[in-house]
Design a protein around this ligand. Structure first.
Ligand code: GDP
Length: 366
């Protein structure tokens, strides 16, 4: 499945956040393909549309889609040179699809700050720097490998690749992350084989204390927001300690009351899950039958057969056609029969690009 890696300096609240994720974990039986490891938390993605479908279809079971979070502990200053868990840690980051960077924005004299004082901007830069150094090494290595031959060959494509690599090199040397380099999707292929760490999309989680949570911000959060403004990245304000408590409340009404005490509509974890899903450019389609109503995750832009393959590889191989209903039509006509009668059920072929929220029924040969 798709994974988000949780990173940050020691003592910023990563484990606390991860324990909230672990308590919120999805019903494992529904997701047999998921990784079961102590540092991986699998959570359901909240989706209002599932509730609408549930009311319309009245199924035996409702299965949301999921996202995985990996707790990546052990990053310290000097990690790129092997300090702490250094290289093991960096290898873990290489495998994830997106990065959740937790940053300490709370003051607590009892909890040691590894750098001696709370300073979110410098904390962020310490982590970035380690990752950027690793990326710079990778870019340099590739340049050494290909530059001479590219110039000698006179091949325009090879020369262009070298030029793109230099753009990444320059940015990284300026202490900026690879994700800030402006390149087209096509140009990105010059670095695709390097699996750069800082090219992965990122969300910043500002971990604040209880008082700041009610305010929605504090001076450190503001500093952080200013610092990341040009990265176009989201900053989510949470209080990890509170999240861990919320996740333990099973009764939904009780949980809602607890949230309201802090002036929140939804938990920080729920915001984080939804933001991560959006960050990965994922969309959801649904299948809806009396046995189960279920959400499925695909990448935006996937065509119907590929989307069907998420359910089963046979669906992709033997794909014939897809019947597609829009949720709004389902909500309006209330039953599949009525939708068909109204001519609102589309029959689509292999080239159909699945849209977010589509309700799909696949026809296939076995
Ligand atoms: P990690 O090293 O990043 O995994 O950090 P931990 O989750 O272990 O947190 C370090 C310490 O900070 C623990 O004692 C936590 O209880 C505490 N802590 C975490 N989040 C908060 C918070 O929001 N407010 C306060 N006051 N303490 C927190």
């Amino acid at each position: 499945g798709l994974q988000c890696g949780i990173v940050g300096l020691p003592n910023v609240g990563k484990s606390t956040l991860f324990s909230a994720i672990s308590s919120a974990k999805a019903e494992a039986a529904n997701y047999p393909f998921c990784t079961i490891e102590p540092n991986v938390g699998v959570v359901e993605v909240p989706d209002e549309r599932l509730r609408t479908l549930e009311q319309l279809v009245n199924p035996q079971k409702v299965i949301p889609t999921i996202i995985e979070f990996v707790d990546i502990a052990g990053l310290v200053k000097g990690a790129s040179q092997g300090a702490g868990l250094g290289n093991k840690f960096l290898a873990n980051i290489r495998e994830v699809d997106a990065i959740i960077h937790v940053i300490r924005c709370f003051d607590d004299d009892n909890i040691v700050h590894v750098e001696g004082r709370v300073n979110p901007v410098s904390d962020k830069e310490i982590i970035d720097y380690e990752l950027q150094l690793k990326d710079l090494e990778a870019v340099d290595r590739k340049l050494q490998r290909i530059e001479k031959a590219a110039r000698a060959s006179g091949d325009a494509k090879a020369k262009a690749e070298v030029e793109i690599l230099y753009r990444f090199k320059k940015t990284l040397e300026q202490g900026k992350s690879a994700r800030t380099v402006e390149v087209s999707e096509e140009e990105k292929s010059a670095v695709a084989d390097l699996h750069l760490l800082t090219i992965k999309p990122v969300i910043y989680v500002a971990n604040v204390d209880e008082a700041s949570l009610s305010q929605g911000t504090n001076e450190w959060v503001e500093q952080l927001k200013t610092a990341v403004a040009e990265e176009n990245a989201q900053v989510i304000v949470i209080c990890a300690a509170i999240e861990a408590q919320i996740a333990e409340i099973e009764d939904l009404d009780e949980r809602q009351m607890f949230l309201e005490e802090y002036g929140l509509k939804e938990s920080g974890l729920s915001q984080l899950i939804q933001a991560s899903y959006a960050l990965l450019n994922l969309i959801t389609y649904f299948t809806a039958g009396v046995k189960e109503v279920r959400a499925w995750t695909i990448q935006r832009g996937w065509k119907a057969p590929q989307a069907a393959g998420v359910i089963h590889s046979d669906f992709e191989r033997g794909f014939i056609r897809a019947e597609v209903i829009k949720l709004a039509d389902y909500d309006h006509y209330k039953s599949e029969a009525a939708i068909k009668d109204a001519g609102k059920m589309a029959v689509e072929g292999k080239e159909y690009v699945v849209q977010d929220g589509d309700i799909m029924h696949f026809r296939f040969n076995v």
